[in-house]
Write a protein that binds this ligand. Structure first.
Ligand code: NAD
Ligand code: DAU
Length: 365
């Protein structure tokens, strides 16, 4: 028994592999292209673990994937690999089309060919689990009901459009070829190993460096936050007991405005690591606390083009059918997250070098 996990050196994939091997001895084969977002250090604790095998490669490399499938004979493939940052998809969509659409297509082709070689019991037990996002559903107004699995797809960014396309391909491989697939659509994750281009780790990183905390537009956009290990437990549950061809929404019932999230992080940092220097970082467009508070670093900046106003997930199908519920509240999860970043500054330093700095100065200038 083995599983193959793609995108395992990224934020959620790494948390998933670490959690999996903390709870089970079933081996994991990891496949990751190690883009700017992939970091082998995330899996450093597994370096000498015989249950883990890391392979550097692309989900779109059909020959490599076929070789891995034939060689390791996994009982499941879990696809986390993707280009995942909305702002980068606006800046340059090409990589998103290549990995999220073409890559998923090629992965499906290789998995289908492998699955068709399996003996009937193994073929029946086999699963392809595709990790997707709530962004495929588009944007909600404040009074709209939360997204359910039957909400129509209305992706608004090149990222969400590419994820929507991949979801449709996965669905088509079930209906056309009978490939035993499962899809999860999750809300915003946060937690350890989150790359600091995304809101929560970026704010923690900038605050500790005394840099401005950029809030897009009016900061009133709403996201539904889920601690990453709760996403991992949902995926394990869907893999174990999900109905074939079904999609499952995953969310934390933690709707927060971006400004409230940023303020929560500032308040936690004020408590856990009070500011050393209160040097001003340019004119403030917000009077939100004394200079001694991290809140004084908050700056409203130009909005994201086509910025989705609100996401909210109805995860009742997953609760009802599979008995899943999150273990963390936003308050407990964000505290653990801030603590993790304070305790793992070396990890942050390692990844916030050359290419990261280029992106930051280009995007926020
Ligand atoms: P991430 O950007 O941190 O990690 C993506 C990983 O995929 C990286 O390690 C990267 O090297 C790898 N990768 C990229 N292209 C690849 C390719 N062609 N072949 C092999 N590996 C490749 O992303 P994440 O936040 O960990 O997201 C993981 C998955 O979960 C994505 O599919 C994303 O759409 C989905 N998702 C993310 C969130 C979130 O809040 N982060 C929420 C819901 C769903
Ligand atoms: O909803 C799930 C999605 O959540 C995933 O599919 C994506 O892979 C993941 O990146 C995330 O997308 P978002 O665009 O919601 O996440 P991000 O952290 O980039 O932004 C969160 C919110 O904060 C969003 O409304 C934009 C805003 N923001 C973001 C950044 C980077 C800011 O206000 N300032 C910033 O500097």
């Amino acid at each position: 028994m083995t599983i193959l996990v793609t995108g395992s050196a990224g934020f959620i994939g790494a948390n998933f592999v670490l959690d999996w091997l903390a709870q089970s001895d079933e081996p994991v084969v990891s496949l990751d292209k190690l883009t700017y977002a992939g970091n082998r250090q995330n899996l450093a604790s597994l370096e000498c673990d015989p249950r883990h095998c890391f392979v550097h490669g692309d989900i779109g490399d059909t020959a490599l994937v076929a070789e891995l499938l034939a060689g390791h004979q996994p009982r499941a493939v879990l696809n986390f690999a993707a280009e995942s940052h909305v702002d980068r998809s606006i800046d340059g969509p090409e990589d998103f089309i290549q990995t999220n659409i073409v890559g998923t297509f090629r992965l499906l082709e290789a998995v289908k060919a492998y699955w068709q070689t399996l003996a009937s019991a193994d073929g029946e037990a086999f699963r392809f689990l595709h990790v997707s996002t709530d962004e495929v559903y588009g944007s909600l107004s404040p009074s709209d009901a939360a997204f359910t699995e039957s909400t129509a797809y209305q992706p608004n960014s090149p990222y969400s459009a590419s994820k929507a396309a991949s979801d449709h391909l996965v669905r088509a491989y079930f209906h056309t070829y009978g490939l035993p697939v499962l899809t999860t659509n999750c809300s915003n994750n946060y937690g350890p190993y989150h790359f600091p281009e995304k809101l929560i780790p970026l704010v923690i990183h900038n605050a500790l460096a005394g840099q401005p905390l950029p809030v897009y537009g009016d900061g009133q956009q709403i996201r539904d936050w889920l601690y990453v290990t709760d996403h991992c437990s949902a995926i394990r549950r869907v893999l174990a007991a999900g109905r074939l061809g079904e999609t499952y929404n995953v969310g934390g019932c933690n709707e927060k405005s971006n400004l409230d999230v940023v303020r929560s992080i500032c308040d936690l940092l004020d408590e856990l690591q009070p500011r050393q220097s209160c040097a001003p970082v340019g004119a403030s467009n917000l009077t939100d606390g004394p200079a001694s508070s991290y809140r004084s670093l908050i700056r409203f900046v130009k909005d994201r083009p086509g910025h989705d106003r609100r996401y909210a997930i109805d995860a009742s199908k997953l609760a009802r059918e599979l008995g899943w519920e999150p273990a963390q509240t936003f308050e407990s999860g964000i505290r653990q997250t801030v603590r993790w970043y304070l305790d793992n500054q070396d990890w942050v330093t390692h990844i916030t070098s050359g290419a990261y700095r280029d992106w930051m100065s280009k995007h926020y200038s």
